[in-house]
Write a new protein. Structure first.
Length: 175
C-alpha cells in the first residue's frame, strides 16, 4: 500500500514539476515527526479520528509553512486512515526521486546523531562501494548502543554494538 501512494505522489509531483519542492516539504514533515512525540502519537495512534488528525495537521502546516501538494497528500492519507504508514510512503517517494536522479537511497541508523564530517565520509564510502551517488536517510536509535546499521537496497550491514553483544551471548551459550 505505501508503494502505491508513493508512486502516485511522485507522478503528480513530476507532472507539476515540483519534485524537489515536495521532497523538501516531506523532509520537513519527517523532521517534525522525529522531534515531536506528540506529532508521532497523532500519526501512529488509531485512537484519533481522521477529522481530528486533519484539523491538527492543518494547524501544524499553517504554522510551519507546508502547503501545496505535500499538505494535500498528507491530508488525503489522514482522511483515508493511512497516516500510520506515512513514513513508508515518504521513503518510497524518496527512493523514486533518487532513482530518477541516478542515485541510490540508503538508510543509516546510529546510536547518536552523526556529525557532518561523519555523514560526508559515510556517503563517500557508500558511493565507492555501490558506484553511484547515495541519498542518505539518518535515524537515531540509542538501543543499538554504538556502531552503525546501514541499509542500501536489499543489503544491510549491521555493525552495531547491540548485535555484536547478542552474537557473543549466543556463542557463549553454545560453549
Amino acid at each position: 500500500m505505501p508503494g502505491r501512494y508513493a508512486t502516485a505522489l511522485f507522478e503528480l509531483a513530476h507532472e507539476a514539476k515540483s519534485v524537489d519542492e515536495l521532497g523538501a516539504d516531506l523532509d520537513a514533515f519527517v523532521a517534525m515527526m522525529d522531534e515531536s512525540e506528540d506529532l508521532m502519537r497523532l500519526v501512529r495512534s488509531p485512537v484519533y479520528a481522521a477529522d481530528d488528525q486533519v484539523r491538527a495537521l492543518d494547524a501544524l502546516f499553517a504554522k510551519v509553512g507546508i502547503a501545496g501538494l505535500a499538505a494535500n497528500f498528507i491530508r488525503l492519507v489522514a482522511r483515508n486512515r493511512r497516516l500510520f504508514a506515512i513514513d513508508d510512503m515518504i521513503a518510497g517517494f524518496r527512493a523514486l526521486r533518487a532513482a530518477e536522479r541516478g542515485e541510490i537511497a540508503a538508510e543509516v541508523t546510529s546510536a547518536e546523531k552523526l556529525s557532518a564530517p561523519q555523514v560526508a565520509r559515510l556517503k563517500a564510502e557508500l558511493k565507492a562501494a555501490v558506484g553511484s551517488d547515495v541519498v542518505l536517510t539518518e535515524k537515531v536509535d540509542a538501543a543499538i548502543l554504538g556502531g552503525l546499521i546501514v541499509k542500501v537496497g536489499s543489503r544491510m550491514v549491521d555493525s552495531s554494538l547491540a548485535t555484536k553483544l547478542n552474537n557473543l551471548k549466543v556463542a557463549m551459550k553454545g560453549a
